[in-house]
Write a protein that binds this ligand. Structure first.
Ligand SMILES: [Mg+2]
Length: 224
């Protein structure tokens, strides 16, 4: 069966999401210390990532949760929290970027294949990142958490993509950085899979992808 569509995970597959989270967290920690949080940048930076681990990387009350245990006077606490949020946002606009070769390669691929995104990110965050990265015009379809209310490796988001594109699993290549979510989910439906090894942050899995991409460019060898 010839390849008709390429499906991508978004974070750490097309977008350098971990770099973005690290840089923004560093900036927020720095701002909190500068505005008077009685601690040090390294400790606060670590604490931010502990909270991400515990509550999820999209958690919206991270800085509040960092500051609360210090039991500061209410205006002092608010000042520090708002300074952290602003430092985070300011940094976000400058560091959230796609991996270097993503745009030129997507431009080539979309001449031959349908392109789609299947992400666990909420719809608003996914689109914010796509627009911020200038990736909003490359895809025929964007499936987010809101579409099925289930995360990969659930079959639901993958099936939603298949029915929307009117394609069979054997006509699809799925690319993602998470073996236990992206590769496992796509493979169990019978899609071809490629692991975005360059974006790999976690997740050992016994599920073996069909291809391993050391760099995003390697996708061109796979579809050739
Ligand atoms: Mg990912």
């Amino acid at each position: 069966m010839p390849l008709k569509a390429i499906l991508f995970d978004l974070d750490n597959t097309l977008i350098d999401f971990m770099k973005f989270k690290k840089e923004t967290s560093k900036a927020a920690a720095k701002a909190m210390i500068f505005h008077g949080l009685p601690s040090d940048e390294k400790t606060i930076y670590k604490r931010i990532f502990q909270i991400y681990d515990e509550y999820g990387i999209e958690y919206q009350k991270t800085f509040f949760r960092v500051i609360t245990p210090f039991k500061l006077e209410i205006n002092k606490a608010e000042r520090i929290q708002q300074a952290a949020i602003l430092a985070y946002l300011k940094k976000k606009f400058s560091v959230l970027k796609p991996y270097a070769s993503v745009k030129p390669i997507l431009r080539r691929l979309r001449k031959k294949y349908k392109l789609a995104i299947v992400t666990d990110a909420p719809r608003n965050k996914a689109w914010q990142r796509l627009v911020l990265c200038g990736l909003e015009d490359y895809f025929d379809l964007v499936i987010t958490y809101n579409d099925t209310k289930e995360k990969k490796p659930s079959s639901k988001p993958f099936k939603k993509a298949l029915s929307s594109l009117k394609l069979k699993p054997s006509e699809i290549l799925f690319i993602g950085d998470n073996p236990g979510r992206d590769v496992k989910g796509a493979k169990s439906l019978g899609m071809k899979t490629a692991l975005a090894f360059y974006g790999l942050t976690r997740g050992k899995s016994r599920v073996k992808p069909d291809y391993i991409l050391k760099r995003f460019e390697d996708i061109l060898k796979v579809v050739k």
